[in-house]
Design a protein around this ligand. Structure first.
Ligand SMILES: Cc1ncc(COP(=O)(O)O)c(C=O)c1O
Length: 402
């Protein structure tokens, strides 16, 4: 992100920024003006709020999740009482890890995974173990094998949770099917007795609302009828404004209290002003209408990237088309390295294009070498023109090295 901001000539297909031109500037200005004009809501929005978050925003967020999971009527699980508003979902990922993990513990991650979360694990001294991915989410047979290995090694009691980016995954674009979410929960349950404590599924749904193709998939919360094992994180960053950094988590009761205490120590509550902004955007329908615009925008940008990948990348490079989110994940022949020290990366930099080397998205897992032949390409922030030019330049570099 810093490299991109510091070098305006660089075409960055790396940073996870969202589309600049469709950020809702005008609408936000109107909401804030209305909010601050009133002697009732203005001062309240500029005052401290509660640690757990604004009641109205929690209610609106819970009912939005009910709508997405097609839950009708009341729900004790998809409820504002279990909802915490955070500074981006990133803060929730951090707090959940802090609440549940000690140094030396183990967390299972998708292989590859969201590299910033891998950083959180590393900074807590937690070991990440990778579980292979298939086109519809985790490879359940491999998950079982990893759990058996931990059991055999006697390290299962150190396992605390499994982290999954379930929609249009960062970095691969893969969406986890509902059946697989159920399968993961069953396997975690099966090994709980030996672990000696609950094994949670941390579902990161950051890109859920950016669907532009395919069927909607229910969350793992819907596969956890007692609401005891799924920790769900979501965000208003990607679908509304990344700069507002309003995120949230829906937590089982056992995790809620420690997380709220940690949040109390961090900041005793996210920005009240920005929470009021989101609550109003949701209540007046602006959020929904903006989302429709965004989905079309990203569908178009994904189409442009796909077309240029087909046109400029050698046939030996393969990828799947994402149904939402912001990323393509091309895989090169195994011998062609894409890491930060590779010829390809240096050549791309010389041509003023930046991508995320796939290697960075793999945990340091002693049970396998880190693959080094993939790249994450984002169509989020780059203009259509820059997507075309960037892919063309990368294509030239690939053709030369192949
Ligand atoms: C998978 C994933 N989770 C969480 C986040 C954090 O987003 P935010 O803190 O803005 O909600 C990101 C941001 O890129 C992400 O890609």
């Amino acid at each position: 992100m810093a490299t991109t901001l510091a070098n305006p000539g660089l075409i960055s297909l790396a940073a996870g920024f969202t589309d600049q031109s469709s950020l809702p500037v005008q609408e936000t200005r109107e909401i804030l003006q209305e909010l601050l004009r009133s002697p009732k809501t203005g001062p309240a929005a500029l005052q401290y709020g509660t640690t757990i978050g604004d009641q109205v925003l929690r209610e609106l967020t819970a009912s939005r999740l009910k709508q997405l999971d097609e839950v009708r009527g009341g729900s004790a699980i998809l409820s504002p009482e279990r909802m915490v508003i955070t500074n981006g979902s990133q803060q929730m990922l951090y707090m959940v890890t802090e609440a549940l993990c000690d140094p030396g513990d183990v967390v299972l991650v998708e292989d590859p995974s969201y590299f910033v979360y891998l950083g959180i694990l590393q900074s807590h001294g937690v070991h990440a173990r990778g579980v292979s991915m298939e086109h519809d989410g985790l490879d359940l047979a491999h998950l079982e094998q990893v759990l058996e290995t931990l059991k055999r090694e006697g390290t299962l009691p150190r396992l605390k949770l499994l982290y999954m980016v379930s929609y249009y995954q960062n970095p691969t674009g893969v969406t986890t099917s509902f059946a697989k979410k159920g399968g993961v929960l069953n396997l975690l349950r099966k090994f709980e007795r030996v672990a000696g404590h609950p094994l949670y599924l941390l579902e990161d749904a950051a890109y859920r609302e950016l669907r532009f193709q395919g069927e909607a998939v229910k969350s793992a919360v819907a596969a956890d009828p007692l609401g005891e094992r799924v920790i769900y994180t979501g965000t208003y960053s990607k679908p509304f404004a990344t700069g507002a950094r309003v995120g949230f988590g829906l937590l089982p009761k056992s995790v809620l209290t420690p997380v709220v205490r940690i949040k109390g120590n961090h900041d005793f509550g996210s920005s009240n002003l920005l929470q009021q902004l989101l609550a109003r955007a949701l209540a007046c329908g602006l959020y929904e209408s903006h989302l429709a615009i965004l989905r079309n925008r990203y569908a178009q940008k994904a189409k442009v990237m796909r077309k240029h990948l087909q046109q400029h990348f050698p046939p030996a490079v393969v990828w799947r088309e994402p149904h939402g989110g912001l990323y393509f994940w091309p895989r090169l022949p195994r011998w062609l390295k894409s890491g930060p020290h590779s010829k390809l990366f240096q050549e791309a930099l010389k041509k003023n294009v930046l991508y995320v080397p796939g290697q960075l998205c793999y945990a340091e897992d002693p049970s396998r070498p880190r693959p080094n032949n993939e790249m994450r390409l984002s169509f989020g922030a780059a203009s259509e023109r820059n997507i075309c030019t960037g892919i063309e330049r990368l294509g030239k570099a690939l053709h030369r090295l192949l």
